[in-house]
Design a protein around this ligand. Structure first.
Ligand SMILES: Nc1ncnc2c1ncn2[C@@H]1O[C@H](COP(=O)(O)OP(=O)(O)OP(=O)(O)O)[C@@H](O)[C@H]1O
Ligand SMILES: O=P(O)(O)OC[C@H]1O[C@H](OP(=O)(O)OP(=O)(O)O)[C@H](O)[C@@H]1O
Length: 341
């Protein structure tokens, strides 16, 4: 059950609809008039996605254990799926829109290269869920570079990306050794890449692997397991993706604009201050705004009031610089929502 979105009482037709739902597949088939939007059902991206839907005024009621929710105020249905499966559903056009990690899209594409009609199109970087898929080895071991893992055991949940990564390494090494017999990239992989679904970091200590390929955010899990990173395979954040031919492109645009508005509001704050007109050129360079700062005259001769959007992460530095440039009465206001182009 989503924690931050307070569920409203379902309508009678929604209750009937959910009672009549035997499986997810038949449910999807019975929703021809609704755009389908996949969101991670659990895990690291789940809560941020629910917050994004709430900020975008996408109202829904999710019944306990049910992986589909009808949206009350738009012709949309949410489908709750494991993050790693979302690129397949979107890429094959079964679902129109989705939010997942860029790493999962890359993992899908490594096995199913996009064609003119299949594959996912990235609409927007959502700037949360930032992490790196990295090659890791025991900190105290003898392996220092990924080439030393060639021909050895590697464990991961990202087998397609890992195989592609080691295939590339093997092919480069083979060329460096002067091997020109045939296409090295088609040769059998000598590195043994094996799949595990979770707790990948335990594989080296348990003797299952010489190295792993796993996600790193803070690095705490990696260090706690006595591992160190020696290479990065992919850098990832959460992304909004769409299928190549969504059922309702206009609605896709509307949802995209709403989500972009929420993301912008999270990223920026509104900075207002008063400044003497003679210092305005300097302060405008500090706060150029997204397009240009808004400037209003003050009732006091020679003074103006300025408003501009500032990146939230730069707020303290911008305020320091404004003070040095002669600005006064500086205020920072949180943005609830935005619609900018
Ligand atoms: N430590 C992390 N920090 C930031 N983002 C992460 C982290 N781990 C995973 N992610 C992102 O979240 C996506 C989903 O990963 P997660 O491990 O939450 O999935 P899950 O397997 O569905 O959930 P769970 O691990 O709870 O079973 C990843 O593909 C990645 O994009
Ligand atoms: O660098 P950190 O901040 O420590 O995060 C990295 C960990 O997060 C993910 O696992 P998760 O906790 O989602 O569980 P899992 O091992 O079951 O996938 C990932 O697989 C790492 O183990």
């Amino acid at each position: 059950m989503p924690a931050t979105i307070e569920a409203e009482r379902p309508t009678i037709s929604e209750r009937r609809w959910s009672r009549s739902l035997p499986t997810l597949t038949t449910a999807l088939d019975s929703l021809p008039d609704r755009l389908l939007f996949a969101v991670p059902k659990k895990g690291r991206l789940n809560q941020a996605c629910l917050d994004l839907l709430s900020g975008s005024d996408i109202q829904f009621h999710r019944h306990n254990r049910l992986d589909i929710a009808l949206v009350k105020n738009l012709p949309l249905a949410l489908v709750f799926l494991p993050a790693a499966d979302i690129p397949s559903f979107v890429g094959e056009g079964r679902v129109d829109l989705g939010i997942t990690g860029r790493d999962t899209v890359a993992e899908h594409d490594a096995l199913n290269p996009p064609t003119e009609t299949t594959g996912c199109e990235e609409i927007m970087d959502l700037e949360f869920g930032r992490c790196k898929l990295q090659v890791q080895v025991p900190e105290k071991g003898d392996i220092q570079i990924p080439e030393q893992l060639i021909g050895r055991n590697v464990v991961t949940s990202f087998t397609n990306l890992s195989e592609a990564y080691f295939r590339d390494l093997e092919s480069k090494q083979s060329q460096a050794n002067g091997n020109t017999n045939g296409d090295a990239s088609q040769a059998k992989l000598s590195t043994n890449v094996r799949f595990v679904g979770g707790s990948v970091e335990a594989a080296c200590a348990l003797g299952l692997a010489d190295g792993i390929v796993d996600l790193v955010e803070s690095g705490e899990t990696m260090r706690a397991a006595g591992l160190k990173a020696i290479a990065t395979v992919v850098e990832s954040t959460a992304v909004l993706i769409r299928s190549k031919h969504p059922s309702d492109p206009k609605l896709v645009n509307l949802i995209t604009n709403r989500i972009r508005g929420v993301i912008t509001a999270q990223k920026y704050v509104l900075c207002t201050y008063n400044v003497e007109r003679k210092n305005l050129e300097t302060t405008s360079k500090i706060t150029p705004g997204k397009r240009a700062p808004t400037i209003n005259s003050l009732d006091e001769d020679g003074w103006v009031a300025v408003q501009a959007m500032v990146l939230r992460k730069d707020t303290a530095q911008v305020m320091d610089k404004l003070i040095d440039a002669g600005a006064q009465d500086i205020m920072i206001t949180k943005l609830e929502n935005t619609r900018t182009i």
